[in-house]
Design a protein around this ligand. Structure first.
Ligand SMILES: [Zn+2]
Length: 200
């Protein structure tokens, strides 16, 4: 399981958790676009050290989110550019977040083709045109339980057959995105399950 870092402090906690369960967990090291403002130039050394930790298998979660704009777009671009540069220098795969920032997002990725070719766009929810742009850049496509959402998931269900099998990654996004078709629905509403049933 991959424990996602979304701030520098989060990343430290993710790495510590991985050390407690090294047989099961690995981490990403990065700053989510929501928290872009918290990543400053002088933090790049700390992030760089986190990226080189043996428990860290990818850079991110990083990218652009103009849908929520919890950080200003210019701040998001600055933080994303910094992380693209670090991922490139350390040759780490990149775990990407995108919402509502298509033009800037692709322009920035195109400027870093080596990073783009080993990146995954997590929780892909868009349609065919966006999928084609992603595949042309070499991105892998992360699909979550969003696909089970009968209200919002139709576009994704339509394009899913066009995702090449070797570029498709399944993810839970736990504890978020509880699949709406899950039965019985857990009372806590968190996307986690404590027991597994084996199907034959
Ligand atoms: Zn995300």
């Amino acid at each position: 399981m991959i424990v996602t870092g979304s701030t520098l402090d989060d990343t430290d906690r993710a790495i510590a958790l991985c050390r407690q369960h090294p047989h099961a967990l690995r981490a990403t090291a990065g700053v989510h676009p929501h928290h872009a403002t918290s990543l400053q130039e002088h933090d790049s050394e700390r992030l760089s050290e986190q990226l080189s930790d043996p428990m860290v298998v990818a850079a991110g979660e990083s990218g652009l989110d103009y849908f929520r704009n919890f950080s200003q777009p210019a701040e998001q671009r600055r933080a994303f550019e910094l992380q693209l540069g670090l991922a490139e220098r350390q040759q780490k795969p990149l775990f990407l977040h995108h919402r509502g920032a298509q033009v800037d997002f692709f322009a920035m990725l195109r400027a870093h083709p080596r990073v783009a070719s080993r990146a995954v766009l997590h929780c892909f929810t868009e349609g065919q045109a966006m999928l084609e742009d992603c595949l042309a850049l070499g991105l892998s496509i992360g699909v979550t339980g969003w696909i089970c959402d009968e209200r919002r998931g139709q576009a994704l269900r339509d394009v899913a057959p066009h995702i090449p099998a070797d570029r498709l990654m399944l993810e839970t996004d736990a504890p978020y995105l509880l699949p709406r078709t899950l039965r019985p629905k857990p009372a806590h509403r968190r996307n986690e399950q404590h027991s597994c049933r084996r199907s034959s």
